[in-house]
Design a protein around this ligand. Structure first.
Ligand code: ADP
Ligand code: ZN
Length: 733
């Protein structure tokens, strides 16, 4: 090897880079990249900002701030982490534009483990790019020779081996002759084995699996709705798609709505693939978080199952995204960057040229609409596996069968539970409300104990002797006397929560072994796994739970489900109340009778003729959803039109009202656009902020983002007023 001569060293001008910082800033910032650094779009860098050092990502495109280069600050370091891929950068840009969020706020979700960027011994490197048509100087020839075996090398080692400067490598990278590469490291997540056999599939299952495998093997973008009744084997079928993705050497991401409750899911995955996948959720320890993020970035986590935030992990080559229980509103993030993980999963799949599979027994109207209009493929599993019948669903009319005074279970439900327990089978009582009672009332003066920060009653949690707000977390000891009139022994609980149902069950079925499953009693994955184990081992006879019992569980000995208040979700009556109630109750009902013994479901209701109850009893969601669509289509309600909500809030009630009114006066008009409101939000006070809502409704062809952007730009609002933009709102509170 010849030593470089001074004149062969190519000295480029100091270059400028634009860097996006994980902060709610509207724009990228420009920095100077000192000559001794190599950085391409996607590289993580450390830069100075207002006297401190922050981490950011080199973004694409020319830096264009009208500032002279000599006035710019310099990049302090290029971090030794694999650069963020172009598809992920485009995804971040896309989410920011769609949700009207600053790019940095979205980037922040993709940099949720900053310590992973600095782990020692991890390095980014270079491999050969396209050389054709480029001038090959002797220096460049040495670089090409050093990489001739097709491997990748760290920048400093490559510069040393080829006896060139880092600047020369950067020049080659600019021309595409070099591309960033990951240096191989030992993977920390065992690779699930796609060759292990799954169960032998029934004909419908086999056909469905074949379709999904083909979608993955095509290595291109597609969306498939996997629709199958509860217990039809959807999970087994999509395992085949994961196996195909592993064979293709790409990564698979599975999104679950309630990852903390994924114990059974993980067990089934391990049974099929011989190892558990990487996990991503908010309860991970910082160290696991860092290692997982890093492993994903290095392509060393072949399958990852996670909550919605996993969508922003740095997969280098995502081949498959599965959204299980795609209809779940838990996929909607309501704070910060307001986005729907199901919809964004489709976008991420498109940018990554990956297959996306949306899975549900009760798909959202949005997905059904997309399937019917041909945008998504559909695969149906019409029957339960192994010939198990769907449960029989009956309404229990509370007007005809009222519970005893102060009780909540009607006599026919009590009898059904007794009979089930007598047969040695398991029963479940479902009530989607935590705590003991949703309201505490003074019998003497009528005072209701309310949250000081929210438009909400305080919920009694009797075991802890506390009243708590389920919106802001405000809590106080249960007072002995009425806080308003000071009457003694006058406070009474009104209505049931699961704890109160458990109390009633204890009195009615003293010998039954009971288990309460709510987010307070099942706080995390370990507790959920233990609960599932006890139920499977038949150490439990009666399960009393909130919506956490509705999802995904497979308990073969559970044959009776009693829904304590089937009308609960219909109160309030927003656009999606009926759809949501049908989905939730159908899921709960689907827990019953999943093995040989037939299942039975009793819905306690005051409205047995309501279309929701009728649809559940007939097990005919298609007809219900068709009816629901027919109602939404004429008014251009979603999915036949678009909605975006603006939530205007301030700690000062007058200021909030004024700002909402001002925004209302500036409301955009035009073809196919209507603005509803402003009106006080149903949750008029939340965490001490007074809230008003405006709703923009547009026909499907209208792009709402430019309209919203222009609208907000025209409004001059006081700094203490916050306007949260919620595109495609799910909640109307
Ligand atoms: P879904 O996700 O549609 O509710 P699951 O995938 O949970 O259905 O399947 C329900 C139960 O039936 C599970 O215990 C599953 O292991 C079992 N099962 C489904 N398909 C088969 C099959 N082909 N062979 C054996 N067991 C199966
Ligand atoms: Zn509150």
């Amino acid at each position: 090897m010849t030593a470089p001569t001074a004149k062969s060293i190519d000295i480029p001008q100091a270059s400028r880079v634009s860097v996006v910082l994980p902060l709610p800033l509207a724009a990228a910032y420009d920095y100077v990249l000192p000559e001794h650094f190599l950085a391409v779009p996607g590289n993580f860098v450390e830069v100075p900002l207002g006297g401190r050092s922050v981490l950011g990502v080199v973004w694409d495109g020319p830096a264009d701030a009208p500032i002279e280069t000599r006035r710019l600050k310099s990049v302090r370091a290029v971090l030794p982490a694999p650069p963020m891929s172009a598809p992920l950068r485009r995804f971040i840009d896309w989410v920011a534009a769609y949700t009207l969020s600053p790019t940095g706020a979205v980037l922040r979700m993709a940099m949720s483990a900053p310590s992973a960027l600095e782990a020692p011994g991890h390095r980014a490197g270079w491999r050969l790019g396209v050389v054709e048509g480029q001038r090959v100087t002797p220096e460049r020839a040495r670089v090409l020779a050093a990489l001739a075996d097709g491997g990748a090398m760290a920048g400093d080692l490559l510069a040393q081996a080829a006896a060139v400067t880092p600047a020369l490598l950067r020049g080659m990278a600019d021309r595409g002759m070099l591309v960033p590469a990951l240096l191989p490291r030992a993977p920390r997540f065992a690779t699930p084995d796609p060759a292990r056999p799954g169960p032998s599939l029934g004909p419908d299952q086999a056909a469905a699996a074949e379709r999904l495998r083909a979608a993955v093997a095509a290595r291109g973008f597609s969306v498939t709705l996997l629709r199958g009744v509860t217990g039809s084997g959807k999970t087994e079928v999509y395992h085949d798609a994961i196996a195909e993705c592993l064979r293709a050497g790409r990564q698979a991401l599975v999104l679950l709505p309630e990852i903390a409750l994924s114990a059974q899911w993980l067990e089934r995955f391990a049974a099929r693939f011989g190892t558990t996948p990487a996990l991503w959720h908010s309860e991970l320890t910082p160290a696991t978080r860092r290692d997982t993020w890093r492993a994903v970035a290095e392509g060393a986590a072949p399958v990852l199952v996670g909550a919605r935030s996993a969508l922003f992990l740095p997969f280098p080559d995502l081949g498959l995204i599965i959204v299980d229980e795609e209809h779940e509103s838990a996929f909607k993030q309501e704070e910060g960057v307001v986005y729907h993980a199901r919809d964004m999963a489709v976008v991420r799949a498109r940018l990554a040229q990956a297959a996306c599979v949306l899975v549900s027994a009760t798909p959202s109207l949005e997905s059904i609409f997309n399937a019917e209009s041909g945008r998504y493929g559909v695969v149906d599993l019409p029957a339960r596996h192994g010939g198990a019948a769907l449960p029989t669903v009956r309404a229990l009319d509370l007007r005809l069968h009222p519970p005893e005074r102060g009780r909540f279970l009607a006599p026919p439900l009590i009898e059904a539970i007794k009979a089930t327990l007598a047969r040695g089978e398991q029963a479940m009582l479902f009530l989607n409300r935590r705590g003991y009672a949703p309201l505490t009332l003074c019998r003497s003066c009528g005072h209701r104990i309310q949250c000081p920060n929210c438009t909400a009653w305080l919920v009694e949690h009797r075991a802890q002797r506390r009243l708590a707000c389920h919106h802001c977390g405000h809590a106080m000891p249960t007072p002995p006397n009425c806080p308003s009139c000071a009457a003694e022994h006058s406070l009474v609980p009104i209505g049931p929560g699961v704890e109160r149902v458990q109390e009633e069950a204890a009195a009615l079925f003293p010998d039954a072994r009971r288990l309460v499953m709510a987010s307070d009693s099942i706080p995390g994955p370990a507790a959920a796994a233990e609960a599932a184990r006890r139920i499977e081992a038949r150490e439990v006879d009666l399960i009393i739970g909130t919506q956490i019992v509705a999802k995904g569980w497979h308990f073969p000995h559970l044959t009776l489900v009693g829904v304590v208040d089937a009308d609960l979700g219909l109160a309030g009556g927003d656009l999606r109340a009926a759809e949501r109630t049908v989905q939730l109750l159908h899921q709960v009902a689907g827990r019953a009778g999943r093995a040989e013994a037939p299942g039975e479901v009793l819905l306690q209701t005051y409205a047995p003729d309501h279309p929701v109850m009728q649809a559940l009893m007939a097990n005919d969601l298609a007809a219900f959803l068709a009816e629901e669509k027919a109602q939404r289509a004429p008014g251009h309600w979603p999915p036949f039109g678009r909605l975006a909500a603006l939530i205007v809030s301030s700690e000062d009630p007058q200021e909030a009202a004024r700002a909402a009114r001002d925004l209302g006066l500036l409301a955009p008009g035009g073809q196919g656009i209507t603005v509803l409101g402003p009106a006080p939000a149903p949750l008029a006070l939340l965490r001490g902020r007074h809230r008003h809502r405006l709703l923009l409704k547009a026909e499907r062809g209208v792009a709402v983002q430019p309209v919203l952007r222009e609208w907000l730009a025209r409004a001059k609002l006081p700094p203490a007023v916050r306007v949260q933009v919620d595109v495609d709102p799910v909640s109307f509170l």
